[in-house]
Design a protein around this ligand. Structure first.
Ligand SMILES: C[S@@+](CC[C@H](N)C(=O)[O-])C[C@H]1O[C@@H](n2cnc3c(N)ncnc32)[C@H](O)[C@@H]1O
Length: 179
């Protein structure tokens, strides 16, 4: 899911690279599934990402590339603490880069829209962090290396009436209502 930006500008998935390199060296290597922060997030949030939909991307990739954001779905930005780092050397957040992130998010979201700073508990005896702040306050927030930014939907889903007509969905069906 997460990528590293190489000097060539290509995004490489670190685990895939590691597997390829190990195989080239003659080792047996394969990817195994695990419990990711993503899985912990939906459990801790008590939300179903398939309900409104969810888009996830690495925060720097969100900044580096032109994006089309659907504000009726969740937007999850990974590695928020190093958003905007093109050097692959930063470990701490950069206020200027965060200000640019807030500015870019402003294309779709109001500054008051509440977002969630999420940190899954690393140990069963710990509590997760689910801190809600307005987008505008992101520049002042405490962002750690394990912080993931969760942006809940800001708008309702609009029914695709043309498609509903083609599918024969009756006029009084709940799908015809704004969600
Ligand atoms: C290199 S990625 C590793 C992701 C890891 N493979 C996973 O799926 O949990 C690092 C990013 O994952 C997210 N992350 C890692 N640990 C986390 C945690 N305990 N809670 C929330 N997000 C976490 C953060 O966005 C962090 O910047």
């Amino acid at each position: 899911m997460l990528g590293l930006l190489r000097p060539s500008g290509h995004c490489q998935l670190a685990p895939h690279q590691a597997i390829r390199q190990l195989r080239e060296l003659g080792y047996r290597a394969e990817m195994q599934p695990g419990i990711s922060a993503d899985a912990c997030l939906w459990a801790d949030l008590g939300e179903d990402p398939m309900d409104s939909g969810c888009v996830q991307m690495e925060a720097s990739q969100f900044l580096f590339y032109q994006q089309q954001i659907d504000t009726s779905a969740y937007l999850v930005l990974w590695q928020i603490s190093i958003a905007g780092d093109h050097t692959l050397k930063r470990l701490d957040s950069d206020r200027d880069a965060l200000a640019l992130l807030v500015q870019k998010l402003g294309q779709w979201y109001s500054p008051e829209h509440q977002v969630i700073l999420y940190e899954a508990a690393d140990l069963p005896i710990w509590q997760p962090r689910l801190e809600r702040v307005p987008i505008a306050e992101l520049v002042n927030a405490t962002l750690n290396q394990i912080t993931t930014l969760v942006i809940p939907p800001q708008s309702s889903k609009q029914p695709d009436t043309t498609m509903l007509d083609k599918l024969g969905v009756p006029a009084e069906h709940p799908l015809r209502q704004l969600q």
